[in-house]
Write a protein that binds this ligand. Structure first.
Ligand code: G6Q
Length: 551
């Protein structure tokens, strides 16, 4: 399939014409024309209720978008992923995060091996270990129980674990402290360890490859930090475990493979929080809650695999995203959880969405020039954002579709906090859609000169995702919802949503620059004049020998 086939599909061309014919229609008109809209443009699955009635779509838009999905072969692409086909073409890998949450009895084969059996063997090993740590049976080198768990990892080996820990903190063992070290900036390590006793601390070195510069640097520092206190190499076994696909590198680092929790190359980093990468999550919330999290993922997986597109939550969200991105020209999406526990959810989603769909060539390697691919995702928890950037969403010149996420029942009940919180979701979505005309503002007695400043244009699209309560199961379903809407969009845009070549070049250049910064003798610099000058200045500021550059 080539780039031209997307814009040349009959559904795409019909959508272009449909957009042109209807572009002036305001959400106010759409709601006035159909009293049932707010109930009809909704869907639900796996405990999630999606209200997309405030998106700028009509029944015809939705019909054409579903037709586009069919013309792009979405059903066959979904089936190929679930079957274990090597749909990550540029890495020649299967994409099977759905196998991580498949029930024990299911069978999914990769190269003749049933991966579901492997998944459950690792889950059982994780559960046994987690129980021992949580019960205090697993002790450190002085015989004291573990009190602190430090996950060292970055990107997909960090963002999911941090997000899940924060999201499910309510369910976590409060007698354990969890911290996450990702940045190679030494401040991250120092701040995370400064008040910890080594004999009560467990390090989880989480790295799929076990070669990532930041993680291995932090892991070596952790080893040195620990040995400076324990003064015994034999103590390492009780305080370091690894999560990886690379047994040799784990062994070489000095961690016994018996203390390694395995995953596989068919799990992408940003899709790995429900694999052994979730070991910190399991330690925090316990094996039973972790299995409930997996059950939530699986319920949404099954919905995605089987529901008709018109009622399929991730398909609908994916298609609405395509509509906003490719027809309404929205460049970003704001994700606004009205749940403090989800404070790291936007950061997690940034990686999931932007590393997956920030691509400029089709699967066949052709440059994409006639349509946009992945939008920018960003966000903050409500209501905090309302007192900062919402101004631009309401009255700026940019169109920013919003995903509001909220829960009917709070985990911690505190006076009327929750009703106040939730009233704000409903109010914001209402204000964005309907706005307030100049005439309405003037009718309230506002002078004519001030009225334009106080008017809201409205017609700003948003969706509301509502669930009963933030449970592990709900969180799993919510994450899977976004995973599969990313998949849907990638399928329509004909890109590889599962590679990430864009992170490579900077890594290669940094490797070259490290010795140029560190060398005692003046290095010969052969970069561009800006990079040379910056390195030169840095060396001067660090009191190092001057450089020998081309200038
Ligand atoms: C995610 C990416 C990336 C990866 C990190 C860490 O999809 O592949 O964010 O997770 O670079 O990699 P390791 O787990 O191999 O250290």
């Amino acid at each position: 399939m080539t780039e031209s086939t997307l814009v040349q599909t009959s559904a795409w061309r019909a959508l272009v014409a449909h957009y042109q014919a209807n572009r002036a229609i305001h959400l106010r008109d759409l709601f006035a024309q159909d009293a049932m809209r707010g109930k009809q443009l909704t869907a639900q699955a796996a405990g999630l209720y999606l209200d997309y009635s405030k998106q700028r779509v009509t029944a015809e838009t939705l019909r054409l978008l579903a037709q586009l999905a069919r013309e792009r072969g979405l059903r066959a692409k979904i089936d190929a992923m679930f079957r274990g086909d090597k749909i990550n073409a540029t890495e020649n890998r299967a994409v099977l995060h759905i196998a991580l949450r498949a029930p024990r009895a299911e069978k999914i084969f990769v190269d003749g091996v049933n991966v579901v059996a492997q998944v459950h063997a690792v889950l059982d090993k994780m559960a046994a270990f987690a129980e021992r740590v949580r019960d205090g049976e697993w002790t450190g080198y002085t015989g004291k129980r573990i009190r602190n768990v430090l996950n060292i990892g970055i990107g997909g080996s960090d963002l999911g674990p941090v997000m899940a820990y924060e999201a499910l903190k309510y369910y976590s063992a409060r007698d354990l402290t969890f911290r996450f070290i990702s940045n190679v900036d030494g401040a991250d390590f120092i701040e995370a360890t400064r008040d910890l006793a080594a004999d009560e601390t467990l390090f989880i070195i989480s790295s799929k490859t076990f070669t990532t510069l930041e993680t291995m640097t932090n892991a070596r520092t952790a080893r040195a930090w620990f040995l400076a206190r324990a003064r015994d190499e034999n103590a390492i076994a009780k305080h370091f475990v690894a999560v990886s696909t690379n047994t040799d590198a784990v062994r070489q680092f000095g961690i016994d493979p018996a203390h390694m929790f395995e995953f596989w190359d068919w799990v992408g980093g940003r899709y790995s929080m429900d694999s052994a990468i979730g070991l910190s999550t399991m330690l925090a919330i316990g094996p039973e809650n972790f299995r409930a999290l997996l059950a939530g993922f699986h319920a949404l997986d099954e919905h995605f695999r089987t529901a008709p597109f018109e009622q399929n939550l991730p398909v609908l969200m994916g298609l609405l995203g395509v509509w906003n991105n490719n027809f309404l020209d929205a460049q970003t999406v704001a994700v606004l959880p009205y749940a403090q526990y989800l404070k790291r959810f936007p950061a997690y989603l940034q990686q999931l969405t932007m590393e997956s769909n920030g691509k400029h060539v089709t699967l066949a390697g052709e440059s994409i020039s006639t349509y946009q691919t992945g939008p920018i995702y960003w966000g903050e928890p409500g209501t905090n954002g309302q007192h900062s950037f919402y101004q631009l969403i309401h009255q700026g010149t940019k169109l920013i579709p919003c995903d509001f996420i909220g829960f009917a029942n709070p985990l911690d009940s505190l006076g009327d906090h929750h009703d106040i919180l939730m009233s704000n979701i409903f109010a914001q979505a209402e204000a964005l859609a309907f706005g307030k005309t100049i005439a309405q503002v003037e009718a309230e007695g506002v002078p004519a000169w001030l009225a334009p400043h106080r008017a809201f244009m409205g017609n700003r699209p948003s969706s509301v995702i509502l669930a009963d309560k933030l449970t592990p199961t709900t969180l799993g379903a919510l994450i899977a919802l976004y995973e599969h809407s990313v998949f849907t969009q990638g399928a329509l845009w004909d890109i590889d949503s599962f590679d990430q070549w864009g992170v490579e070049l900077g890594k290669v250049l940094a490797k070259k620059i490290i010795p140029e910064l560190e060398s005692v003798a003046a290095p010969a610099l052969r970069h561009d004049s800006s990079t040379n000058a910056l390195i030169q200045r840095y060396r001067q500021m660090r009191g190092r020998a001057d450089t020998d550059s081309d200038e």
